[in-house]
Each structure stands twice: as structure tokens, then as C-alpha cells.
Ligand binder design. Structure first.
Ligand code: ATP
Ligand code: MG
Length: 259
């Protein structure tokens, strides 16, 4: 159905915590865009992605409005979970389902009308690109670690639910490689908005929304101007990852900084 194809999401400004209008005209998001949301604790980052998740219509505390393809979204986008084009994954996302990973994914693929067994395999292997500890298909969903659960939910959203918009709220501390998630979402042409406190992953996005006092304070589009800083940050990150591995392996750390 053409009304279900999303070409563009538009965020229209609302009000900050003091009731003053936000200082932007509109923010447009298209499939394949990656946008990070940054700002101090309590500045309204989660509130912004919540607005998108529920397609706010001036009916949330922020008074923002979210349009789909330039207009108010159809009712089933909001009310019908199977047709909702948004998947939101947070640090608290848990699965209360008492099935094995394989049975859960089979059930989900069947309920979506797929006959393809390979999709289950593909979903587990995509999830395993995001998480440090590999997910086994026979393990029960309730026994997965936090990071494994989130990784599986992202892979499921990409491949099985196939939602065009994915929202991540601070999942980097949950044992999930967010840089790999970003790469995968670009590859699958999804729109991704993610809240982050991690400087490296913020630099990996195409745009950065900066929050302050409940409002969007700035939208930065670096357009390649941060490339050398990104290279430096990747080198620092690799150095930190190396020390992390050495610590995990029980080694003594005598030289942490790369020459
Ligand atoms: N525009 C606004 N007007 C009024 N209240 C707001 C607005 N934006 C956010 N809030 C409220 O401010 C509080 C903090 O916002 P939020 O949880 O979005 O912050 P955050 O940036 O995600 O913080 P953290 O980094 O700690 O997760 C929430 O109670 C939220 O409802
Ligand atoms: Mg938050």
C-alpha cells in the first residue's frame, strides 16, 4: 500500500521547558539518514525520540508535531503494532517471551507472512555482529543478556519487522557495538535516530541534533568537516578497545597510549 511507504518524516517545532518556541523550522528525515541526539542529562533527548515513536500531534509535553510524507500519519501507524513503521529500543528493552531464540524468531517470521527459514538464521547472524557474546539459537529469550537482547531486537526490527525507522535510546553501554548497528542500518537504508553520550558514535552520524532545556538548540550537518577528528577518535577507540581486551584477559597494563 503506497500510504505505508515512508519517504520522509518531518519534526515540527514545539516548546522548550519554559514554554518558549523551539528555534528551528522543521527537521526532515529520510530513509538512510543517521541522526544522533546529544545534550546534557535531562535536556529532552528521550522526549524527542518518544515524540517520533508515537507520532506526536501537539499532544505531548513538548507540543511537537510529527508528519509522515508531509502530512498527519494514518491512524494505524499509531494504533496497530504490526503496521507501525517505528521500532524503539532502549536500555530497558527486555523480552518477556518464554521461547527459545529460534522459536521466537520463527513465530515472528510466520506472523509476518514469511515462509523463509533463512531469515531466522540471517537475523541471528546480524544480531551477532552487534553483540560481544554470540547469541545461540537454542537459548531462551529470557536468558539473553541485556546487550544480546537489544542486538536481537535491532536485527529483528531491520529484517523481520522491517520497520523503516529505528530509534535507539542510549544502548551503547549495554554491550552493543553501535558503530556496527549504524553501518548495518545505512546498508539496509533505514532511518536511524539515536540518543548517545558517546563522542565517537556521535561523530558517525550524518547530522547531530543538540538538545538544551527541553528543546532542539542546534542541528549540525558536518558534511565531512569532522573527518580528521573522526579518524583520531577511531584511533583512540581502538587503543581503548585493546586495553579492554588485555584487562579481560587478565594482563597487567604497562603501556596504554599508542605511540
Ligand atoms: N519541551 C519540554 N517541555 C517540558 N518538559 C520537557 C520537555 N522536554 C523534556 N521534558 C521533560 O524533561 C524531563 C527530562 O527529559 P528527558 O528524559 O527527555 O531527558 P534526557 O535528555 O533523555 O535525559 P538523560 O540523558 O538523563 O536520559 C522529562 O520528564 C521530560 O518529560
Ligand atoms: Mg534519556
Amino acid at each position: 500500500m503506497s500510504e505505508n511507504i515512508i519517504h520522509e518524516i518531518t519534526i515540527l517545532p514545539g516548546r522548550n521547558r519554559n514554554g518558549e518556541p523551539e528555534g528551528f523550522d522543521e527537521i526532515r528525515i529520510k530513509p538512510g539518514d543517521t541522526i544522533s541526539i546529544v545534550g546534557p542529562t535531562g535536556s529532552g533527548k528521550s522526549a524527542l525520540i518518544n515524540d517520533i515513536e508515537i507520532f506526536a500531534s501537539r499532544d505531548t509535553i513538548t507540543k511537537r508535531q510529527i508528519l509522515v510524507n508531509g502530512t498527519t500519519p494514518p491512524d494505524h501507524f499509531i494504533r496497530d503494532p504490526a503496521r507501525k513503521p517505528v521500532a524503539m529500543i532502549t536500555q530497558n528493552t527486555r523480552c518477556l517471551c518464554d521461547l527459545s531464540v529460534e522459536d521466537f524468531l520463527c513465530m515472528h517470521t510466520r506472523s509476518r507472512g514469511y515462509r523463509d527459514q533463512d531469515l531466522v538464521e540471517e537475523t541471528v547472524s546480524l544480531a551477532n555482529q552487534f553483540t560481544g557474546e554470540a547469541i545461540r539459537r537454542t537459548v531462551r529469550m529470557t536468558q539473553l543478556s541485556g546487550g544480546q537482547t537489544r542486538s536481537l531486537m535491532v536485527a529483528d526490527a531491520i529484517l523481520i519487522s522491517n520497520t523503516p525507522i529505528i530509534l535507539l535510546d542510549e544502548v551503547e553501554n549495554a554491550g552493543i557495538f553501535k558503530n556496527r548497528v549504524i553501518e548495518a542500518l545505512r546498508r539496509y537504508h533505514k532511518a536511524l535516530l539515536f540518543v548517545t553520550h558517546d563522542p565517537l558514535v556521535s561523530l558517525l552520524s550524518d547530522r547531530r541534533i543538540v538538545m538544551h532545556d527541553g528543546a532542539v538548540a542546534k542541528v549540525l550537518t558536518p558534511n565531512g568537516s569532522e573527518q580528521s577528528a573522526l579518524k583520531q577518535m577511531l584511533a583512540y577507540d581502538a587503543a581503548i578497545a585493546k586495553v579492554r581486551e588485555q584487562i579481560r584477559a587478565g594482563e597487567l597494563i604497562t603501556n596504554a597510549i599508542p605511540a
